[in-house]
Design a protein around this ligand. Sequence first.
Ligand SMILES: Nc1ncnc2c1ncn2[C@@H]1O[C@H](COP(=O)(O)OP(=O)(O)O)[C@@H](O)[C@H]1O
Ligand SMILES: [Mg+2]
Length: 148
Amino acid sequence: MSKVTHISHSAAETEALGEAWGRSAQAGWVLGLSGDLGAGKTQLVRGLARGLGVTARVSSPTFALANEYGGGRLLLAHIDLYRLETEHQIIGAGLEEYLRPAGVTVIEWAERWGSLLSSPRAVGAFRRVQIEVLEKGSRRIVYEDSGA
Ligand SMILES: Nc1ncnc2c1ncn2[C@@H]1O[C@H](COP(=O)(O)OP(=O)(O)O)[C@@H](O)[C@H]1O
Ligand SMILES: [Mg+2]
């Protein structure tokens, strides 16, 4: 499948993009986000949560590796791999179960999970998202779908 590029000019616009994705999300969907610190990964997840109808405030799972948000149309699992260096640690932390979610899983720093990106067969429907900082308020968001 081909890549789609979206230029966002504000945090609110990035959140709105995530919100649209959340509204159309299907059960079993996995999203992998990459981008520097402050690129807007969590901002996108906030929108995703809103689009799913989750009312809880989304923050980065700083101490936990995963946060789960109920109360929306689908359960949202939010994983942040920032603190994990190797795939060995990721598997050891028991995160593999989130690749076959009952609801939706979104993973920040997805590139740390090498095999997730190199063999998307590991998951069903998968969206790889890369966020690049262009300038202060602008971001290039590129995404590509694979799988079911
Ligand atoms: N176009 C934009 N999209 C997303 N965030 C933006 C944008 N412009 C500015 N920002 C700011 O960048 C920061 C992104 O933070 P965050 O989403 O926590 O990044 P990450 O999770 O990638 O480390 C926020 O302070 C947000 O307000
Ligand atoms: Mg973040």
